[in-house]
Ligand binder design. Structure first.
Ligand code: C5P
Ligand code: MG
Length: 220
């Protein structure tokens, strides 16, 4: 949002999100194993994004000493269910504030601004609503799509070394169900708003990256 709109909103006492015009936010969605994290790492190199994975932030919070949410997060991750939105939105908001406080250099970070890839979020409609109301508006949604067979193969392969408690056949099945029931409606919502960029992520990392990079370049 241009600065002038912020000023008008201030004058009229209209609702503003925490970061408003300061940030560019791209949500990154796709089934578990679609390659979200891998592609985000590439986009960090290409465009200087701050990459925040909701799942990684939840795992860090789960293991943080003194966290009141540790047990809750562990159970949700194992069962492939969605952690209550307040927890995840708060972690993301804090991480964004911390990144902005670093006053990074580089394109997109001048004058207190920042650009963010929010990976694996929003997984459920309530998360989307809360984030866009309280934190910032999303510019676009990158949607990495592929078949369930490809996802399953990748997750089982990753499970050999990831050490993740949810990369096993039983948890994967539950995660697929949550994805279909809760996350697909989020993608459909943003599709209606014309904000979804769908990328077939069945191909190699390099091929998917080439398509993703050119799509994101057009957004910035
Ligand atoms: O994205 P990732 O596969 O790392 O997420 C792991 C788990 O973290 C999910 O299955 C879910 O239990 C939880 N999660 C969540 N809300 C998000 C992202 C992840 O509840 N937005
Ligand atoms: Mg991930």
């Amino acid at each position: 949002m241009p600065a002038i709109i912020d000023k008008i909103a201030d004058a009229l006492h209209l609702h503003k999100t925490a970061f408003d015009s300061k940030v560019t936010v791209i949500f990154v969605l796709g089934g578990p194993g679609a390659g979200k994290g891998t592609q985000c790492a590439r986009l960090v190199q290409d465009f200087g994004f701050c990459h925040l994975s909701a799942g990684d932030l939840l795992r860090a919070e789960q293991h943080r000493e003194g966290s009141e949410y540790g047990q809750l997060i562990q159970t949700c991750i194992k069962e492939g269910t969605i952690v209550p939105m307040e927890v995840t939105v708060k972690l993301l908001k804090n991480a964004m504030a911390a990144a902005l406080a670093e006053h990074r250099s580089g394109e997109g970070w001048a004058d207190g601004r920042g650009r963010f890839l929010i990976d694996g979020f929003p997984r459920k409609m309530d998360q989307a609503e809360m984030f866009e109301h309280d934190v910032a508006k999303a510019t676009a949604v990158l949607f990495f799509s592929t078949t369930e067979e490809v996802l399953l193969q990748r997750l089982l392969e990753r499970g050999k070394t990831s050490g993740r408690e949810d990369d096993n056949a039983e948890s994967i099945k539950k995660r697929f169900n949550t994805y279909k029931d809760q996350t697909m409606p989020v993608i459909e919502h943003y599709e209606k708003l014309g904000k979804v960029i769908e990328i077939d992520s069945s191909e190699s990392i390099d091929e998917v990256h080439a398509k993703t990079k050119s799509a994101v370049a057009k957004l910035l």
